[in-house]
Ligand binder design. Structure first.
Ligand code: NAP
Length: 289
């Protein structure tokens, strides 16, 4: 796979999002492990997770533990795999998502994530979502402390606007390496953040890059332009969506979710799908309903 840069690391241009393997509707563990192994075998070296990717109360870190387990039984070179986790979101177990951006909480959460993931430090730790009850600089300040203490190797943020990206970069003293925002054919309002990341040389990780778990399978039916380009290349519309995202800027590293080996095996092939400039323009210009 072509390599892209996140901070000091090179990763395959298509990553794997772990969320579908741990929240509502998740598959059994055996299928999840096979999905993660299929991704790794196909050259994926970025796996995105979060301590909040679990379903029930009392199983915080389900997805982190799953990824650690899959990595421990994989025969390849684990040192090349960057596991990116997140803290600051919580799931009480009733289906809702709550926030906690207090620095003390984030520092404890990161240490708990490190325990589950194993190793000396977390490769990439991302502040999951701004907490309106806590000044943003204070939350991001916890990441600066975690970097200084060596608990995390690199720091990122998620669900941030351009002002927050600039603020985080300042609080971290220039050490912000990634921004993870929602971006897909159906959700394009993070384009200013994508463009800012391209300008600053910060990795941009589109989340729900296919439109989200419940809508990803319908991408071609929802987006005619993507279906037509897919037909012309004889590939899936999902592959076209990921290739289009890759074409928008060299800092983009999509993290499509998967709960089946076939999905991620198809998605990684976006790496070699060459879209013409006209096709990229047409997909970018698609009008949304
Ligand atoms: N930072 C945040 O706030 C935030 C929020 C949401 C998500 N995320 C991250 O972003 C990742 C991706 O988002 P997401 O999982 O919500 O949505 P998504 O990537 O848009 O869609 C995931 C679904 O797409 C299907 N899929 C994947 N590749 C496919 C292909 N080539 N052809 C057909 N179907 C395909 C998978 O189906 P199968 O399940 O059948 O394999 C999967 O369930 C998450 O896993 C998570 O790591 C972050």
């Amino acid at each position: 796979m072509q390599q892209r840069t996140i901070g000091t690391r090179k990763v395959g241009a298509i990553g794997l999002g772990g969320m579908p393997m741990s929240i509502e509707g998740r598959p059994d563990e055996d299928r999840s492990i096979r999905t993660i192994h299929a991704a790794l075998d196909a050259g994926v070296t970025l796996i995105d997770t979060a301590d909040a990717y679990h379903r029930d109360a009392g199983e915080v870190g389900h997805n982190e533990a799953l990824i650690a387990k899959a990595l421990s039984s994989w025969q390849g070179d684990r040192s090349e795999v960057l596991v990116a986790t997140k803290g600051g979101h919580l799931r009480p177990g009733d289906g809702s998502w709550t926030l906690n951006g207090r620095p003390d909480y984030l520092k404890e959460a990161a240490k708990a994530s490190l325990q589950r993931l194993g190793g000396d430090a977390i490769g990439l730790y991302q502040f999951h979502r701004p907490d309106p009850d806590v000044p943003y600089a204070e939350s991001v300040g916890a990441l600066a402390d975690l970097l200084d203490e060596g608990v995390i190797e690199m720091a990122g943020i998620s669900n941030a606007n351009p002002d927050q990206i600039r603020e985080a970069q300042e609080v971290l003293g220039g050490r912000l390496v990634s921004v993870q925002n929602q971006f897909s054919p159906a959700f394009r309002s993070s384009r200013p953040e994508l463009d800012l990341c391209a300008e600053l040389g910060i990795a941009f990780l589109p989340w729900s890059p296919l439109g989200g778990i419940s809508k990803a399978g319908d991408l071609g039916r929802r987006h005619d332009a993507f279906a037509e380009v897919a037909e012309a290349h004889d590939v899936s519309p999902q592959r076209v969506a990921l290739a289009w995202e890759l074409a928008l800027a060299p800092v983009v590293v999509p993290i499509p979710g998967a709960s089946r080996p076939e999905s991620i095996t198809d998605s990684v092939q976006a790496d070699t799908l060459e879209l013409s400039a006209d096709e990229v323009e047409r997909l970018s210009a698609e009008t949304l309903d």
